[in-house]
Design a protein around this ligand. Structure first.
Ligand SMILES: NC(=O)c1ccc[n+]([C@@H]2O[C@H](COP(=O)([O-])OP(=O)(O)OC[C@H]3O[C@@H](n4cnc5c(N)ncnc54)[C@H](O)[C@@H]3O)[C@@H](O)[C@H]2O)c1
Length: 437
């Protein structure tokens, strides 16, 4: 099938490559000409494990191409996916200007009966809104909602082996249903994984899923704070609770607050959607409040527990800038909030991340020092704060670290070293809600 992926970011590039991998003829279009030029040169503008080889393989096979001319790419395609950004506006609602723009361009350029698929995360009512935009196009445009559930760092696996594929489509729209079913057949194990529903339900499903996951994280962060007061251990509580099959073990890890381009904005957008319809979704609002507070936890602990409320001139080493491992994405990362707070308090920040340094450099310029070598970032540091649990940080040479640091203080935002008995090696160690004796 000939399809166009509009928006070649984390979602669009992965989805486009995966659709090409299953035999479709895919053109990925973006208004960012620099990004398209990078892709056309054979490079990948983001870090996502396995993506480079998949893109290369499908380009070489002639199934995947790139274009900085979305109208032309749309005109050649029978199915057009929208994977552009939907960032939050200042009131929390999703900014749909890019989606609207794409819909207008599609309406003006289609050359045949077309299926327009909304893959971006969009609030309830967007499918209807897009239908209004495209209703006068020269050819019929079927508007389908197909939210994406992939996670950065494991995106190809998620796309190729999805838990479910949600497709919001009119019950009587056999044209669109058949095309969507055929497109996803190779990854849906005989269609068992496809869940058809009406477009509004599909739109809501994405926000509810992300908010549910974020809620578990915020709840465990509150539990961690209580653990610290009552000499309980959040690891033990997590294992005890997560082994109940009704609850399950995923997304129960205490930490420095969730980040990324999805959870923070989607939780707030759900609250906003509820309010628009007179429904106060209190759990979602609380999830966001708890998370915002949690994002300050590492800076607060450093300042008040270890430095008597004064971080001026202190040299702090930060390990991990990406919002999670296996991605270079730093959007809404807890690390940014920590670094901002440290700089505001007059501390000197030295940081390392295996993949996200370019993005960090773009944000901070020379306000922080970035080191290619993780140990060099800890040289003469008064504290080391672990924010992202990259594998390379799991088992560092602690003796080497101690020898370099000015003060052997480790603040572990992901609890990855909590069982290492680091006090025995001369460190002051603190995690989030864990017992360390
Ligand atoms: N990143 C994730 O893990 C993830 C997962 C599931 C869903 N989503 C959702 O998918 C959507 C895209 O997210 P992303 O992380 O891939 O965003 P992104 O910022 O990485 O990529 C968006 C791309 O769209 C392009 N674009 C913007 N306007 C355009 C236009 N008019 N025409 C063509 N291209 C245009 C931008 O240049 C950019 O390359 C969002 O709605 C997001 O919430 C993201």
């Amino acid at each position: 099938m000939k399809l166009c992926m509009v928006g070649t970011g984390y979602v669009g590039l992965v989805s486009g490559a995966c659709f090409a991998e299953t035999g479709n003829d895919v053109i990925c279009a973006d208004i960012d000409a620099d990004k398209v030029a990078i892709l056309e040169k054979g490079d990948i503008p983001i870090f996502e494990p396995g993506l480079d080889t998949m893109v290369e393989r499908n380009r070489a096979a002639g199934r995947l191409s790139f274009s900085a001319d979305p109208p032309k790419a749309m005109a050649e395609s029978q199915v057009i996916f929208v994977a552009v950004g939907t960032p939050p506006r200042s009131d929390g609602a999703a900014d749909l200007s890019a989606v609207d723009k794409v819909a207008e361009t599609v309406a003006a350029n289609v050359t045949q009966e077309t299926v327009l698929v909304l893959k971006s995360t969009v609030p309830v009512g967007t499918n209807e809104r897009v239908r209004r935009i495209v209703k006068d196009a020269k050819h019929r445009i079927h508007v389908v909602s197909n939210p994406e559930f992939l996670k950065e760092g494991d995106a190809i696996n998620d796309f190729m082996k999805p838990d479910r594929i949600v497709i919001g489509c009119d019950d009587d729209d056999d044209f669109a249903r058949d095309i969507m079913a055929r497109l996803y057949h190779p990854v849906s194990l005989g269609q068992d994984r496809i869940i058809f529903m009406n477009p509004t339900s599909a739109e809501l499903t994405k926000y509810v899923a992300n908010t549910m996951l974020a809620m578990r994280i915020s709840f465990m962060n509150e539990v961690a704070a209580l653990c610290e007061k009552v000499d309980a251990d959040v690891h033990a509580v997590r294992r005890g609770v997560g082994s109940d099959f009704r609850i399950g073990s995923k997304f129960l890890y205490a930490g420095p607050g969730y980040g990324g381009s999805c959870f923070p904005k989607d939780v707030v957008a759900l609250v906003h959607t509820g309010r628009e319809h007179g429904v106060e979704i209190e759990l979602a609002a609380a999830t966001d409040r708890v998370n915002q507070r949690q994002k300050g936890v590492l800076a607060r602990k450093l300042k008040h527990v270890y430095f008597d409320g004064d971080l001026r001139g202190k040299k702090v080493c930060v390990w991990g800038i990406a919002f999670k491992p296996r991605t270079d994405d730093i959007r809404e990362s807890a690390s940014l909030q920590l670094i901002d707070a440290l700089l505001a308090e007059g501390a000197e920040v030295h940081a390392h991340d295996p993949e996200a340094m370019d993005h960090a450099r773009a944000v901070y310029g020379d306000r922080i020092t970035l080191h290619e070598d993780a140990y060099a970032a800890a040289e003469k540091a008064d504290a080391l704060v672990l924010v992202t649990e990259w594998r390379m940080y799991q088992n560092p040479d602690f003796n080497r670290l101690k020898a370099r640091m000015n003060r052997p203080l480790l603040l572990d935002g992901r609890n990855i070293w909590s069982t290492y008995k680091l006090a025995n090696q001369g460190f002051t160690y603190e995690g989030i809600g864990v017992r360390t004796s």
